[in-house]
Design a protein around this ligand. Structure first.
Ligand code: MN
Length: 141
């Protein structure tokens, strides 16, 4: 199995280190960005399996990053998870409604954090495998 890559977009240095340590310990390759501009520059050269973005990041916030990912046909299918502190009632529903694939509140619960990411990646890979199998079955050659 190839190593899976996660683009982590987080302006808070201690959160960035914490999330990176957890993810790297789980075997993921982590690419870090501190703001939306840096994230977009990363996405111009790497294709992560997942984007994990803080909502309150400089350069327009996680919502703008999500919009840019969805607007780019080569990136649009990439799962994007929102990570946010100061959650207000309804935030989770609002973020999922605008197209985030998942929502994680800060401070994170480490095991839940790992499980949420694994579940999302497994669901994506399962769907891709099923589509590949269908394509193979339909191919007379
Ligand atoms: Mn932030």
């Amino acid at each position: 199995m190839s190593e899976r890559m996660i683009l982590l977009v987080e302006d808070n240095a201690s959160n960035r280190k914490l999330f990176t340590d957890i993810l790297e310990y789980q075997g993921y390759t982590v690419v870090q960005a501190c703001d939306v501009g840096e994230a977009l520059r990363c996405l111009a050269v790497v294709r992560p399996d997942l984007v994990l973005t803080d909502i309150q990041v400089p350069g327009g916030g996680g919502e703008l990053l999500l919009a840019r990912v969805r607007d780019d046909p080569s990136l649009a299918a990439t799962p994007v998870i929102a990570v946010t502190a100061y959650a207000m009632p309804g935030d989770r529903e609002r973020l999922l409604a605008i197209g985030f694939d998942g929502y994680i509140g800060k401070p994170i619960q480490v095991l839940q954090f790992i499980q949420d990411i694994q579940a999302l990646l497994s669901a994506r890979e399962g769907a891709a495998t099923a589509a590949g199998n269908r394509a193979a079955a339909e191919d007379p050659a």
